[in-house]
Design a protein around this ligand. Structure first.
Ligand code: ADP
Ligand code: MG
Length: 280
């Protein structure tokens, strides 16, 4: 007799994102570039996972493949059990640059995905205002991007990514262009937003501190060809406030992450010295 699990339990256990033996090589006219040597990774529903590593280790490539905007050369990526073969509507993406439409107000920018998805905009206006309120921009809904600071524009981009209530939020170095103080504030703001709107998040960064502060798990990528060097749980309780970043435990976690990145960088098979900068 076969002992089978009830279906519900099975689904609850299944990862939302499953990356299986993925390799990615880009073929250009001049050369083939191995962006990812191998990667396997599970991300559970509601988890916040950071991809951390030096420039060029394939973090953005992995994110784009999860979004269905690039395809693995070999291996598979599944979302909620089905293979990702084309771009998906049920994700929200945030890039380093807020990429807002300059001629539209903050509110209209937040509502833009609703227009693209051809959903009834009027029904989402209240939600858009609620999101802007959540990020402290209630008084700015009629301002154009040019009238907002960099941090404010990125807050609008976060609201825009959340307006259609996607399961997954993909963020590619969203705060890298901001000054250090604004960046710390954005990290706290993002944690607070996610306490209200629980999402599964894949967050790309090369900042060790940012990854440690925000994440449930930090996945370190590196080496040549690049692979996953470490997958580490962050042992800090939530809700998190910035004070945790000053504890010895936090420093110890950051040290472990930094050493892993350095070891990956020093891998003997390395052929080209990659520009290597880690912000702590
Ligand atoms: P990261 O985000 O970690 O900096 P990327 O995923 O952007 O790394 O890039 C990994 C490698 O793949 C780099 O060597 C990069 O130059 C190369 N690469 C990325 N995108 C493309 C592309 N569209 N065509 C060719 N090579 C690419
Ligand atoms: Mg990148």
């Amino acid at each position: 007799m076969m002992a089978s699990k009830p279906l519900e339990t099975f689904q609850a256990d299944a990862p939302l994102v499953a990356v299986r033996d993925v390799k990615k090589t880009y073929f250009t006219r001049q050369a083939s570039i191995q962006a990812i040597g191998s990667a396997s990774l599970d991300i559970g529903r509601g988890e916040f996972v950071s991809l951390l590593g030096p420039s060029g280790c394939g973090k953005s490539t992995l994110l784009m493949m999860i979004a269905g905007l690039e395809q693995p050369t070999t291996g598979t990526i599944s979302l909620d059990g089905s293979e990702v073969l084309k771009p998906r509507n049920d994700i929200g993406i945030i890039f380093q640059d807020a990429t807002l439409l300059p001629w539209k107000s903050a509110l209209e920018n937040v509502l833009f995905p609703i227009r693209i998805l051809k959903r009834p905009v009027a029904q989402y206006r209240e939600k858009a205002r609620e999101l802007l309120n959540m990020v402290g921009l209630s008084d700015f809904e009629n301002k154009k991007p040019g009238e907002l600071s960099g941090g404010m524009r990125q807050r609008v981009a976060i609201c825009r990514a959340l307006i259609h209530d996607p399961d997954i939020l993909l963020m590619d170095e969203p705060f890298s262009a901001l000054d250090a103080i604004t960046r710390d504030q954005m990290n706290v703001a993002l944690s607070e937003i996610l306490e209200t709107y629980r999402k599964t998040v894949v967050f790309v960064t090369h900042s060790i501190r940012e990854a440690a502060f925000l994440s449930d798990r930090v996945v370190v990528m590196g080496g040549r060809p690049s692979s996953i060097l470490l997958d580490m749980k962050m042992p800090f309780p939530r809700p998190r406030r910035f004070e945790i970043a000053e504890t010895p435990e936090f420093a110890q976690v950051c040290r472990r992450l930094r050493l892993t990145i350095e070891e990956g960088h020093a891998a003997p098979s390395r052929q080209v010295a990659a520009p290597f900068k880690v912000i702590e």
